[in-house]
Design a protein around this ligand. Sequence first.
Ligand code: TRP
Length: 353
Amino acid sequence: MRVLTGDTPTGNLHLGHWVGSVKRRVQMQDTHECYFLVANMHAFTTRADKASDIRRDCIEVARDALCMGIDPERSAMFLQTEVPAIAELTYLFAMLLPYNRVMRNPTLKDELEIKGLKDNYSFGFPLYTVGQTADILAFRAHAVPVGEDQVPHIELTREVARRFNKMYCGVPDKAPDEEHESLGGVFPIPVADVGEVGRLVGIDGQNKMSKSLGNSVEIRDTAKQVKKKIGKIYTGQDSRQPDDPGEIDPAKNPLFQYVETFIADPDRVVELRDRYARGDNIGDGEVKMAVVDAINELLEPMRERRERYASDDVVLEILMEGSRKANVIAEETLAMAKDAASLRFFDRTIELS
Ligand code: TRP
C-alpha cells in the first residue's frame, strides 16, 4: 500500500505534532510505501510575501521530522515544488472541477473565515485544494493519513480521480471505487485514513497545542525547558477539594491528558489516577515530575538524532534524495495521465542537482 501525506511548513514541530500525526507516520514506515510531502507552495497561499521564511520553515520541519524518526532510507520526504508533475496535474485537474464545486469545500470556507480573508484572498488560495488532489494523485496513493479537517480535500481528490478515469480511461460510469484501477483507470480512488489521532491540549490547559499560542512543548526543547513548561501546566482546579477529595475527576484535569499520552506503563497511569482521585498523598508536583520524566524519555533519542541532522546541507541532501524518489513515480503518473488525456507528445526526464 502506498501512502502520501503532507504538511504546510510552519516551522518547528512540537509534541502536538508528534501525538497528532508524526508518531503514526514513523510506525507506517514499517508497513507502507511512504511519501511525505512538505507543502511549501501551499504556504504561499497566505505568506507569499514571506518567501524566505517559508524556505527556512521547510528545513526546520524536515529536520524535526527526521529527529522524530522519519527515516530517509524507508520513506521519501520531499519538497512539493521540486516535483513539477504536481503543478502540471493541478492545472489539468482544475479543468475537471466546476469552480463552484471547489468553493463549496467546508474546510476552505472555514480557513477563509478563521483567517479573516473575506473577499481578499488570492486566486491561489482556493486553488491549493485542487493542488492537494494533485499531491495525492501524482503518487497514485491508496491511502492518505490525515486529520479530520482534511477529509473534504480527500473527497475532492476522489471526485477528481473518478472523473478522470471515466472521462479519459474508459472506466464505466457505475464502476465501484475499488475497481477503477483494474478497469484501466490511471488513478486508484484514495481513502482518507483518519485513524485515532490525538489532540493534545497545550500547557495552558485550555487550547490545542499550537506554536502561535505559545503553549507548546517543542521537540527541540532541552530537558530543563520541558521541566519548566510542564511545571506551569494549569491543572484546571485546585487538585484537592478539601471537603470532598474523592470527587475529583482526573479526566477533567489537563495534566492527566499528559499522563495518559506520555506515560507508557498502563499500571503506572492507573496508579497515578487512583491516588490522585483519592487524594492519596499525591500533589500536582509529583504527577508533573512523572510527566516530565516520560516526555524527556521520549525526546532523548530525538535529541541524539539532532546532532546527525544539525547541518542544513544534510537536511537538504535528504530532501533532494526524497524529491528524486518522488519524481520517479510522479513522472510516471504524469506520463500515464497525459497519455490518457491525449497530451503526451514527447517524453522527458527530470534531474535534480
Ligand atoms: N493541507 C494539508 C494541511 O494543511 C497539507 C497537505 C498538503 C496535505 N498536501 C497534502 C495533506 C496531501 C495530505 C495530502 O495540513
